[in-house]
Design a protein around this ligand. Structure first.
Ligand SMILES: Cc1ncc(COP(=O)(O)O)c(C=O)c1O
Length: 426
């Protein structure tokens, strides 16, 4: 089982047999509030009928079409729809099947871009501590969560910027004040390696998987300025923040910083069908087209059997229709202050060392057991499950990411359960 303690799960399986709206049904018939929108992916709510119908119709009319050298209309319709939503000239979309593939595609695209620009030496990537970019070899290499890296031996040679989780920002509501200068580490790396060696910097504007680690005010702007100054591509991994989580369509909109490449997945299909997307600025696309030789030549030798799968496209088009007609970014933004108030009201409970929130996401950092990292939040999460709340743990933090369609009483419920469970920790 993925990212699971297989032995403890098999000792006491937690099986989910149904879902509806913001809730799951467990195998023992209990209604469980889904405190993380699945794995950050189902913000529009579970079992949306419009998506189910679109998927069923698609399977009945064009179940699959070859992804290489042929196309189908929905892939272009979806690409254009995404283009209409993304900021700046992030206009060209490459489809894949997951967040891991979206980031892997971005890394290969960045290297191939510099190759085509006649600068093959610009091949090094810069990631960030505590970053998560999926589980393929490139994503694992640029990722900065150590337990996800150490079992795999030698990875790509990556430089990592320091993470932005600073003790002086503990219990800040919203974006932290301190730490913008951490972006300047990139200047140091440029000095050490030379800008001619660096292809791209990849960061999540807001890291979800490591426990909602927020960009200090001004940090992303500084990173953007340094990348622009030294001709380094900036990749935003918005697999979690893409489509609504920060209260705007993308973190890029919320933070006012446009990357050169944007990685998307998860909420793109509301989690119903696997799909990833890598969106590039027009200049990147045009470079590939201009530098490819004869017309029949393949400009970007990369892709997946299921790139732009018709069923995934149908699901995504239906999901984005819901997302826009129900104005779910507004809904997420309107719910965010309530989430902020409720999670910060937990301050003072045993073992809570920090509470962070932004948009419709929050994390509660717990003091680890001495010498046993990541044990306490698992225990808390399992107790919450017994009390009707599904909450995810990330390292020593508990993460919340309610559905955009949640009500304030759902958030009250989640925080009341957390209050009960953490409040009685010994
Ligand atoms: C920022 C980020 N990038 C990439 C991924 C990987 O996505 P997937 O699990 O769909 O491969 C995740 C998954 O949580 C993520 O949060």
């Amino acid at each position: 089982m993925p990212f699971t303690g297989n032995r403890s799960f098999k000792d006491a399986p937690r099986m989910i047999v149904g879902a509806d709206g913001c809730h799951y049904t467990s195998a023992d018939g209990r209604r469980i509030f889904d405190g993380l929108s699945g794995l950050w992916c189902c913000g529009m709510g579970h079992n949306r009928r419009e998506i189910a119908i679109a998927v069923a119709d698609q399977i009945a009319s064009l179940d699959y079409s070859p992804a290489f050298q042929f196309g189908h209309p929905k892939a272009f319709e979806l690409a254009n729809r995404i283009k209409g939503m993304t900021p700046g000239d992030l206009d060209y979309v490459f489809f894949s099947n997951s967040g891991s593939e979206a980031t892997e595609t971005a890394l290969k695209m960045a290297r191939a871009y510099w190759f085509k620009r006649g600068k093959p030496g610009k091949s090094k990537f810069v990631g960030r501590g505590k970053g998560y970019h999926g589980v393929n070899f490139g994503g694992t290499s640029v990722g900065g969560i150590e337990p996800n890296r150490t079992p795999y031996g030698e990875l790509m040679d990556i430089a990592h910027l320091a993470h932005t989780l600073l003790p002086e920002n503990a219990f800040t509501r919203g974006l932290p004040e301190h730490g913008a200068e951490l972006a300047d580490e990139l200047e140091g790396l440029v000095e050490a390696c030379g800008a001619d060696a660096i292809a791209a910097v990849i960061v999540e504007p807001l890291s979800g998987s490591a426990g909602v680690i927020l960009p200090p005010k001004g940090y992303l702007e500084r990173l953007r300025a340094i990348c622009t100054k030294h001709d380094i591509l900036l990749i935003f991994d918005e697999v979690i923040t893409g489509f609504g989580r920060t209260g705007n369509c993308f973190g890029a909109d919320t933070f006012g910083v446009v990357p050169d490449i944007l990685c998307l997945a998860k909420t793109l299909t509301n989690g119903t069908v696997p799909m990833g997307a890598t969106v590039a600025r027009a200049e990147i696309y045009e470079t590939f087209m201009a530098e490819a030789g004869p017309d029949y030549a393949i400009e970007f030798p990369h892709g997946y059997t299921y790139s732009g799968h018709p069923v995934a496209c149908a699901a995504a088009l239906a999901a984005l229709e819901i997302f826009e007609t129900e104005q779910l970014t507004r809904r997420a933004a309107a719910l965010a202050p309530h989430l902020e108030d409720c999670v910060h009201a937990l301050k003072g409970l045993p073992y809570i060392t920090d509470i962070r929130n932004f948009g419709l996401t929050a994390a509660i950092q717990l003091e680890p057991y001495p010498g046993e990292p990541a044990r306490r939040p698992i225990e808390v999460a399992l107790e919450c499950w017994e009390k009707g709340l599904y909450v995810r743990y990330a390292g020593d933090a508990l993460a919340l990411a309610p559905h955009f369609i949640a009500e304030t009483h759902d958030i009250d419920f989640a925080c009341n359960v957390l209050n009960d469970v953490i409040g009685t920790l010994k």
